[in-house]
Every structure is written in C-alpha cells, then in structure tokens.
Design a protein around this ligand. Sequence first.
Ligand SMILES: [Zn+2]
Ligand SMILES: [Zn+2]
Length: 395
Amino acid sequence: MSLLEKIKSLSQVYTSQVVEFRRHLHANPELSYKEFNTVKYVREQLRSFGIEPREVATTGLVAEIKGRNATKKTFALRADMDALPITEANDVPYKSINTGVMHACGHDVHTSSLLGTARILQEVKDQFEGTVRLLFQPGEEKNPGGASYMIRDGVLKNPQPSGIIGQHVFPILPVGKIGFREGMAMASADEIYLRVIGKGGHGAAPDLAIDPIVIASHIIIALQQIISRNANPRQPTVLTFGNIIGKGATNIIPDEVNIAGTFRAMNEEWRNSGLEKIKKMAESMAEGMGGKCEVDISRGYPYLENNPELTRRIKAAATEYVGKENVVDIDITLGAEDFSYYSQVIPASFYRIGTRNEAKGITSYVHTPTFNIDEDALTISTGLMAWMAIKELET
Ligand SMILES: [Zn+2]
Ligand SMILES: [Zn+2]
C-alpha cells in the first residue's frame, strides 16, 4: 500500500474517534483564553497517542511528532480551540452544556481534526523524514489573538519551521471540497471608538449649546471619504460604524456622542496611514465645529497573505488527495484571522474545508446559533492535513 493510500485508510479508521473528540469539545465549549478543560482534554488525547505536549500561552499546547532524520526539517500545523458567547439553538445530542457559550466558528472541528491528523502522523512516523510541530492555540476570537501569545512563547523557534498551515470550516463550500487562495486572503481588523464631546442644552436653543449629534453625523459621513478618495481602489478596504449612542431627547441636546466601528484593510502600509487619517479627520472636524473628539483605536489582527509557493504546493497535495474536481479557488474575504500573525514570521497558508450539506439542512454561517457541520468533513480533513505535512517535509 502506498503512503497516500495508508493515510486515507487510517483517516477512515479514526473517523469515529475524531467525531467523538469533536462532539465532546462541541458540548463543552470555553471562551477565549479560558480553554482550561479543552487543553486538559487535548493533552490527554495526545498522550494516549504517545505524544507529549508542552504548555504555552497559558491555555495553549505545542507538541512534536518526529519522523526519521527528525532534524532535517520542521513543518507546523495549527488549530484554534476557543468558542463564542452565543447560545446554541441546534437540537443535537452534543449540544453545548455551557449556557451562552457555543463552538459557532468550528474551532471544535479544527481541534479534533488536528488530533486525528496527529494520530495518523504518529502511526506513520517511520515513513517520513523530518518533524511535524502541532500548535493548539487559545483565543482566536478575541484581541490580541492567541497566535500572538503562541509566537511570544517561542512556538516558531528552535528550530524555526519552514512553514505553517491552518484550516477553517467553510459553510459556503459543500462538504468534500477544499478551498485555496494565493496571496491576499483576509483583512486586518481594527476597532475604532470615537467620543464626540460638545455641550448639552435645550433643543430649542442650539446657539447656547455645541451639538455633538451634528458633529458626529458630519464625522461619520466625512470618514467614508477616506475610503473612497484616499484608499487605493485596487485594494479592498472597509470602514463600518455599527454603533452610535447619543442620549439626548427630542428637546435635549446631549453632552456627548459615542461611535464605534471597524476598519479593515488588505495592506499593512495603508492600514497604518488609514488609521492615522481617520484620527486626524475626526479630531479636526470636531474642533472646527467647536467640539472635541477623542479617538481610541484598538488594533486587531494584521492582514493575511497566503505565501504563494506554499499555497501552490499544498493545493497540489490536496489535488492528489481529494482529486482535481474537489479543489477550488476561493475569493478574498474582509473577515480577519489571527493566523495572520504566523504569516508575518514564516511562510504560511490558510485553507478552507467545505462543511455544507443542503440535503442534511446544514447551511448556517459561522457565528450563528444554528451553525453546524457535516461531520464527513472530518474524514477528509484529518488525512488531508497529514498528507500536506508529509509532502511539505519532502520538498
Ligand atoms: Zn470566528
Ligand atoms: Zn474561526
């Protein structure tokens, strides 16, 4: 039997166990940076395969599977483990038992899948050369991003891996399909908080007040000009304000208005200059109208660029594994992922695993209370990632 066939058959054999892992994690979700029981569970499984992990980033794990000639090359595989503050609406036997917390982004799938991949690699470790490093990270859903803590704690050192890959469930793609994208892939995401300060008063006497509602309205409209007039039209960018609070009344001008929004970019240079422009314009407009604007920017994840060569190679490996008809190119998205931190250090590629199945009624998007996956995706994802890692160690 070829190694490819062996991996495929092992992924079949281990599917039921991986589904069990996924359902356990799904029923017991934990919020970002609080993945204590998840880490305990993942550690126990790894140990049962004969793999000894090391604790990093408080609620993260790193482990290695050494093949023959282990120092030849190291390649890294990443999974995220945190859940979201959402109350699950699915009626399934493995429904979340932690009220108000749900694996609505599929990180239970990523974690259980990487466990399956680890088990397969451990079983065939005398059939490849080099080392596979496994990264189980906390806090993908919350700034500053668990990936930044993993890197701080040295997971990309001693030795530095030649590259890293990560996968994400994708409810747009039917189960069986795998999606790739070279280069520009996902956006940076920064949070913008504006506090527009005026001077409250009677609604019938605006001359005695400084109206922060009018100032805030001008700022919101004016800031969109930065997107339409300053941003490079060939690079997608978004500025959205989804929250505005001004607590006056029909006849009361309030003292202040608070606005919150998100700024997204696909170029680090533009990201920095865009944020600078937003701050300057908001401050100076408020000042010009007799008020004041305090600008608070909470920096989120950087822009994600998938290394073109690495992406081409893992796509070729996927073509061998699932067939050309099941490998698709996907579009950019202005969503953000903290996997991008790894891409700033070493060649990285993030791909999508199809989880949709209309016949089974599985169509909900991530971050919704009815999100679920077709678990057949796990049979593919475990072996596929093992095959990609082995091919990468061979190059
Ligand atoms: Zn998410
Ligand atoms: Zn996610």
